[in-house]
Design a protein around this ligand. Structure first.
Ligand SMILES: Cc1cc2nc3c(=O)[nH]c(=O)nc-3n(C[C@H](O)[C@H](O)[C@H](O)COP(=O)(O)OP(=O)(O)OC[C@H]3O[C@@H](n4cnc5c(N)ncnc54)[C@H](O)[C@@H]3O)c2cc1C
Length: 471
């Protein structure tokens, strides 16, 4: 065994350089535990290739020696997909040394980038040529392009620009046997058979390693207006969404819902957070408008909010008067997961349902949960414009955290039953990973699961790509 291990590590070191094969426990530790610290695994080593050729050579070596592969980007995933299980000979392949922008083509609004570049790097590169790359997540300083493709990330601008799937023109992928599949097109139109790139978007590292991507760029907005509104109920928020979509169209880039509890806990736990409005409201909407006109967004926000206040659609509203104020609204929104953690035990769901059903869903599920666990505190927030809620539940104030967490499976079952009844999704944007594998098995259409398994069998017949994830 020792001889085998040394032999394998020597072989991998010969391919990428000894400095880029990590074997010491302390060096490997950050790669073996996920962001939420829920999953920790073991690996033979962590390999950090610099080029697509190196990834290909490592994958060929792994195929020859029957090694399992765990692709990893920024390790910010929330479902335990990027860390090994440690069941056998798994190697983590970290893409973070592959972080170069290969080309930017302003005329065709395209950018080709290596998979290990962070999302922030791509946003900044686009901005430097007067373009926008619109995907935006709180983890963008660390999350990579490969990871956002592999999870089909959504984020706060998906309402206007779609998820990562809508922003990718092509990908370069190293297959489990080491062959390089070059689908790195910048074409807007290409109807030459099956859309193979889409197979890898959202595949969570189970079919191959994304080594580069061709991404779409958009005109850079000249103005933005960030608005915080108080609303009476999720139904009032839904009505506001419909009015804003009808009147602002593609200028409406963000529409986030949150309850009063979210504001209370953000103020309680995050020192920089202030109440955005003078009075308390049952629910809040944080919305953002973008415009290609220098003053356009503010004027549009004014017009929409005056109308909404007049009709009673919102009970109060404030439009950020400065970049600092807009940033403070975003800090509140993006600080909600931290506020939840600091408050204590919570049980989380990343679900979507048809947008029209959101008020009914919140109402029905909340009522049933309050019967199941008296005192439970619903902390339901998220991307309402996409039908995507982080349906999170904070422990009752007087309940032992272990007792609350012991109810997790009953709570999940109740929430997912309603999600499936409403033809929603048990994972709107975070993926399946290890966390939701058993739930996928019982909630996904059996034929769809069968087709997924057949695709996996064709590309990865030995099941070496990210074992124990998704399927
Ligand atoms: C504070 C915070 C906020 C977040 N907000 C959002 C949000 O608003 N919307 C959202 O969608 N997500 C969000 N996330 C989740 C996470 O940031 C995204 O899932 C992101 O896409 C993961 O990117 P990563 O590079 O960290 O991938 P990792 O965590 O390293 O990996 C995620 C999955 O992708 C696979 N993978 C990684 N790189 C590759 C590659 N090159 N080729 C093949 N497979 C690969 C891994 O095996 C794993 O299964 C948030 C996370 C945090 C911590």
């Amino acid at each position: 065994m020792t001889h085998d291990r040394d032999y394998l590590i020597d072989g991998l070191s010969a391919l990428v350089g000894v400095a880029h094969v990590l074997v010491e426990d302390a060096a490997m530790a950050p790669y073996l535990t996920d962001w939420r610290k829920r999953f920790t695994g073991h690996a033979l080593c962590v390999v950090r290739p610099r080029t697509t050729d190196e990834v290909s050579a490592v994958m060929r070596f792994a195929a020859e020696h029957h090694l399992a592969i765990v692709p990893q980007g920024g390790n910010t995933g929330l479902v335990g997909g990027s860390v090994p299980l440690g069941l056998g000979h798994e190697i983590v392949i970290s893409l973070t040394r592959m972080a170069h922008i290969r080309t930017i083509d302003v005329e065709s609004d395209s950018l080709i980038v290596e998979a290990g570049a962070t999302l922030l790097t791509v946003q900044e590169a686009a901005q430097n040529v007067d373009r926008l790359f619109p995907l935006s997540l709180a983890s963008e300083g660390t999350a990579t392009i490969g990871g956002t493709i592999a999870t089909n990330a959504g984020g706060t601008a998906a309402l206007a620009y779609g998820t990562m799937r809508d922003l990718v023109r092509g990908v370069e992928v190293v297959l489990p046997d080491g062959r390089v599949l070059d689908l790195l097109t910048t074409l807007r139109k290409d109807n030459t058979g099956y859309d193979l790139k889409s197979l890898f978007i959202g595949s969570e590292g189970t079919l191959g390693i994304v080594t580069a991507a061709s991404l779409k760029l958009f005109p850079l907005p000249r103005s933005r207006a960030t608005v915080f509104c108080g609303v009476a109920s999720p139904q009032a928020a839904l009505n506001l969404l419909q009015v804003m979509k009808a009147q602002a169209g593609a200028a409406l880039t963000t529409f986030e819902l949150m309850p009063r509890l979210a504001i209370d806990l953000a103020i309680k736990h995050l020192p920089s957070i202030r109440d955005p409005l003078a009075n308390k409201h049952a629910w809040y909407v944080m919305t953002e408008l973008s415009s290609l006109e220098p003053e356009g967004a503010y004027a549009l926000a004014m017009r929409l909010m005056e109308g909404a206040l007049e009709s009673g659609g919102v009970t109060d509203a404030v439009i950020a008067q400065s970049l600092a104020q807009a940033d403070s609204f975003w800090a509140l929104r993006e600080g909600l997961p931290e506020a939840q953690t600091k408050e204590g035990a919570s049980i989380k769901h990343d679900i979507s349902v048809p947008i029209v059903d959101i008020p009914l869903f919140i109402d029905r599920v909340t009522q049933e949960l309050k019967v199941l666990v008296p005192g439970i505190r619903p902390f339901v927030f998220g991307h309402m414009g996409d039908g995507n809620l982080h349906f999170n539940l904070q422990s009752p104030e007087d309940m032992d955290p272990r007792e609350f967490m012991a109810r997790a499976s009953d709570i999940h079952a109740l929430v997912y039953r309603h999600v499936i009844e409403m033809k929603g999704s048990i994972s709107a944007e975070h993926g399946i990973g290890q966390l939701k594998r058993s739930e996928l098995a019982v909630t996904k259409d059996p034929l769809a699961l069968d087709v997924m398994r057949q695709i996996k069998q064709i590309l990865d017949p030995e099941g070496r790509m990210n074992p124990g994830k998704v399927l």
